[in-house]
Design a protein around this ligand. Structure first.
Ligand SMILES: CC(C)(COP(=O)(O)OP(=O)(O)OC[C@H]1O[C@@H](n2cnc3c(N)ncnc32)[C@H](O)[C@@H]1OP(=O)(O)O)[C@@H](O)C(=O)NCCC(=O)NCCS
Length: 466
């Protein structure tokens, strides 16, 4: 998705709505350091974080200069140069099933000052982000959330979960296979370039991960403020395969009281191969003089318990919705991923904000590729010619002849745009949403077909906050 952050004009509806409340909606020029610094301060305050130190401020400036940064200003307050609301956004690929990526719009830094809450400021900002994302050509928007009740009203829904995994050291006897390569302790700074390449491959193979932005890895590796206590306590591991090629890395720190075994805690374990994942886990769980290992933002489908003699050494806690997705362009989103089964499925999508409303026919073939047809003719993919369509249908149904396909009407389901977001990456099963009364089938067998088509070989997972 080609994009220059400031190339899209400021959203006129949000500008007008906020002006009506006596507020100014402004797109920040990253070259205006004073305005950017005040914005960064407001963002930190909004999330109840301490003011950043100089190095942190410099880092934030660099990150934000790559994004679209909006602030809302109130000329009547004591410090009118500090925005009363913030939001930032940027284009990023979202990994989808089949090792592919969809053009996404990442939204972050959503804060409204407690002095200005519940006046519709967040609504104006969020609606503007959707309009801008559409103008930029994004098929989906995505975010991570502090509270699960804020974003459903804009069409976002949980699409990938994360969890905290704790391993009791005393019970963690490794029975998994040995990896053919080796794990090395390395200086975090030495990982800078290798980590970027490994992360790209790890992200690509995991639906739900988003492209890492410039600077994201510096934060993970403790390189933003290397002399801070938290950076100095960080230890880095790298896995090299049997040919000496780096295939994974992890960073962790041990927190402990004097004379007590501590806990080894990590939130970065990036593996481009299964061997790398296994080897890094093994070193992490087999450390001595720790009571256990705690992995944050881990997958709900972690293979770890299958590599330990005692699976009960592993405790999974804090299972939570983590990645929230908003489908903006169903045709582009649906064609971007690969499908678990061939089939023809009609989706009647309801979207109160209008972006995704309509009837979409999803036609997936046995190789997992799909085309999407929108009868009104405003879709990305034109309606296939009749014979072509028959052949595609027959292929999808796994039939050699066209007769059976001609006889069968496509199966169809009706769902809200949020439910489409939840099943999109394969993280939530359509049958579960059907049991919850959220997805309905207009023809028998449609839910069962959706179940098979939307299945993902790899459980979606997002391992960072953004
Ligand atoms: C969440 C936050 C941005 C909301 O801002 P706001 O300007 O007060 O929200 P609005 O007035 O535009 O409210 C829009 C809607 O969201 C609802 N809403 C707002 N905050 C909510 C919350 N924390 N929980 C549930 N609903 C919330 C409002 O009730 C309103 O509902 P309605 O339109 O259906 O009537 C603000 O409370 C905030 O800055 N919180 C701290 C930082 C944070 O958590 N940011 C979210 C990052 S993911």
């Amino acid at each position: 998705m080609a994009f220059e952050p400031r190339s899209i004009p400021i959203d006129p509806d949000a500008k007008a709505a906020l002006a009506h409340r006596g507020l100014e909606y402004r797109l920040i020029d990253p070259g205006d350091t004073a305005a950017l610094d005040a914005w960064i301060d407001a963002d930190h305050r909004g999330f109840h974080h301490a003011r950043p130190r100089d190095v942190g401020q410099e880092y934030d400036r660099a990150v934000m200069s790559e994004r679209r940064v909006h602030g809302v200003y109130d000329a009547g307050i004591a410090e009118p140069d500090v925005p009363v609301a913030t939001v930032s956004s940027w284009p990023a690929g979202l990994s989808v099933p089949g090792g592919r990526s969809v053009d996404g719009w990442a939204v972050s830094s959503v804060t409204v000052s407690p002095t200005h809450r519940r006046r519709g400021i967040a609504r104006a900002l969020m609606e503007a982000e959707l309009a801008t994302a559409k103008r930029a050509g994004a098929a989906v928007a995505m975010l991570t959330v502090t509270e699960a009740t804020i974003y459903g009203r804009y069409g976002y829904a949980p699409a990938a979960k994360s969890t905290t995994v704790e391993v009791d050291r005393r019970r963690a006897r490794w029975t998994g296979p040995d990896a053919p390569g080796r794990v090395h302790f390395v200086e975090p700074s030495s990982l800078r370039e290798q980590a970027a390449a490994i992360s790209r491959r790890a992200v690509a193979r995991t639906p739900g991960e988003i492209d890492r932005w410039p600077g994201a890895l510096d934060r993970m590796l403790g390189l933003v403020d290397p002399e801070s206590d938290s950076s100095r306590s960080l230890r880095a591991l790298r896995y090299d395969d049997q040919h000496g090629q780096p295939q994974g890395f992890a960073t962790f720190r041990v927190t402990r009281e004097p004379n007590q075994p501590g806990w080894a805690e990590f939130d970065v374990l990036a593996a481009a191969t299964d061997d790398a994942e296994r080897a890094l886990w093994r070193v992490l769980v087999e450390q001595d003089f720790v009571a256990g290992v705690r992995g944050l933002l881990r997958s709900v489908d972690e293979p770890l318990e299958w590599m330990l003699e005692d699976p009960r050494a592993v405790t999974v806690r804090d299972v939570a919705d983590h990645l929230w997705v908003r489908i903006i362009d169903p045709a582009a989103a649906l064609t971007a991923r690969r499908y678990g089964a061939a089939g023809e499925l009609v989706l009647d999508i309801d979207d109160p904000l209008g972006y995704a409303s309509g009837r979409y026919t999803l036609l997936a073939s046995a190789d997992g590729k799909a085309v999407v047809h929108v009868p009104r003719g405003d879709a990305a993919t034109p309606e296939p010619a009749a014979p072509q369509r028959e052949r595609a249908r027959a292929r999808a149904a796994g039939e050699s002849g066209g007769r059976a396909a001609r006889a069968a009407e496509p199966r169809s389901i009706r769902l809200d745009v949020r439910d489409l977001a939840s099943i999109y990456l394969g993280g939530v099963r359509p049958s579960v949403l059907a049991r919850a009364g959220r997805i309905t089938e207009a023809s028998r067998g449609a839910i069962e077909l959706a179940e098979r088509m939307f299945a993902s070989a790899r459980t979606p997972h997002l391992s960072i906050w953004f």
